[in-house]
Design a protein around this ligand. Structure first.
Ligand SMILES: NC(=O)c1ccc[n+]([C@@H]2O[C@H](COP(=O)([O-])OP(=O)(O)OC[C@H]3O[C@@H](n4cnc5c(N)ncnc54)[C@H](O)[C@@H]3O)[C@@H](O)[C@H]2O)c1
Length: 385
């Protein structure tokens, strides 16, 4: 009879049986698994033998990223669920039907400019949905949580570098929505001694999978809010005619904003390190960055060097609303306690990973899913998941 089993089914059965017979394989729920950072985290978890369920409403994520995860998973180890975290009934149903050991929460909205225009939406998405998720975890007795926070919770400080003790005074609704979520996590932890959490405050995330499987590809309608890498890519690929610098009078060495750029592979490694050291009753907080500040002008110069393409750079004196001059971290806490250290310390190396993916995928994820061969358009592909 075995002869008649198709090889994929056989592999799935073998993997499921060995999971049951051998040790328990940790099952991680990755919210926002179709997004930039969530998809990279899901891939790393799969490569490290975890079972992963990616949950995403696809409002901002990419179907193509889910396809890449499916292709790179051992059969039976990866599942995708299309659900909105604000739909409590759906969320509880997901937790009823699955046994999760850990939740890594990446789903959220992450554009400072958009948060200035639509603050309530940011509090609903970034703060309200954390309450929903923690409540589903409480009801279904899931007690390990890793949260994507941000350096935007610190706000604008004169004293650098930022440590975990630096007072958090966010200056925009995005930062405030994430800081409030941190408070909620701490309050919930106080009520549940079984609960263990890590809050990772990311600095500015760049780059993509060095093997070129995943990339950063915001949906076209959100590019206007986009981050610096997106602006460089759009100008280099001719989607717009220049890279625009907003703010040239900041009190920094060249007048442009200074940020700490951490590579996405390093960032997701930090999640794995944090997961391994979760402690019941504790909410551990770590900055995740390189400890080095880089100005916008320096970033663009490195980008031009990596791509070898000349692009027009337009400098606008006016800063974008909600932006502030300088932020970089002191990463010694995470280095000492989790033995994590950024491996990508050369900006050009980091940017090369992003450029390589975009060179291979000039239409973003469109070339990796059904759109490329004309079978269906992007919206149909999303509907069919
Ligand atoms: N990218 C950065 O530089 C950066 C820096 C600091 C912190 N962060 C945090 O990291 C997290 C991930 O950021 P990203 O850059 O990968 O963003 P992203 O937009 O690429 O990914 C977020 C994903 O969450 C999904 N999502 C959003 N709302 C949802 C909902 N209600 N229900 C289900 N899914 C939903 C989106 O469809 C998307 O796939 C965010 O929480 C963000 O605040 C990002």
């Amino acid at each position: 009879m075995c002869k008649n089993l198709d090889s994929t089914l056989l592999q799935t059965l073998t993997s499921t049986i060995s999971d049951v017979v051998a040790e328990h394989v940790l099952h991680v729920l990755v919210t926002g698994g179709a997004g930039y950072i969530g998809s990279h985290a899901a891939l790393l978890l799969l490569e490290n033998g975890y079972r992963v369920t990616a949950l995403d409403n696809l409002s901002r994520g990419n179907v193509g990223a889910i396809h890449v995860l499916q292709q790179n998973a051992i059969p039976g180890r990866f599942n995708f669920i299309k659900t909105d975290l604000s739909d409590l009934e759906d969320l509880h149903s997901v937790f009823s039907k699955n046994t999760f050991d850990v939740v890594m929460h990446f789903a959220g909205f992450a554009y400072v400019g958009e948060s200035m225009e639509e603050p309530l939406m940011y509090f609903q998405q970034n703060t309200g949905n954390v309450v929903n998720l923690l409540d589903a975890m409480r009801v279904h007795n899931v007690n390990k949580f890793i949260y994507s926070s941000t350096c935007a919770t610190y706000g604008d400080h004169d004293e650098m570098p930022i440590t975990e003790e630096t007072v958090q005074v966010p200056v925009n609704p995005y930062g405030r929505s994430k800081k409030l979520a941190e408070e909620i996590i701490k309050d919930y932890s106080d009520s549940n001694p079984q609960f263990s959490a890590a809050i990772l405050r990311y600095f500015n995330v760049i780059g993509s999978d060095p093997q070129g499987r995943l990339g950063e590809s915001p949906l076209p309608q959100y590019r206007k809010f986009g981050r610096i890498t997106g602006a460089c890519i759009d100008a280099t690929l001719g989607r717009c005619d220049s890279i625009k610098i907003f703010g040239s009078n900041f009190p920094t060495h060249d007048g442009t904003c200074v940020r700490d750029y951490v590579h996405v592979s390093d960032l997701v490694d930090a999640h794995l390190a944090a997961l391994k050291q979760l402690r019941p009753g504790a909410v551990q907080i770590f900055n995740v960055g390189t400890g080095k500040g880089v100005s916008v002008r320096e970033f663009i110069a490195a980008w031009i060097k990596v791509t070898g393409k000349q692009v027009k750079v337009e400098v606008h004196k006016e800063k974008r609303p909600g932006d502030y001059s300088e932020v970089y971290c002191n990463p010694s806490k995470i280095e000492e306690e989790l033995k994590w250290k950024a491996k990508f310390t050369n900006l050009e190396d980091s940017l090369a990973t992003a450029w390589n993916w975009h060179k291979a995928h000039p239409n973003g994820y469109a070339v990796t899913d059904e759109i490329s061969n004309g079978k269906q358009n992007y919206d149909e592909a999303r509907q069919n998941l």
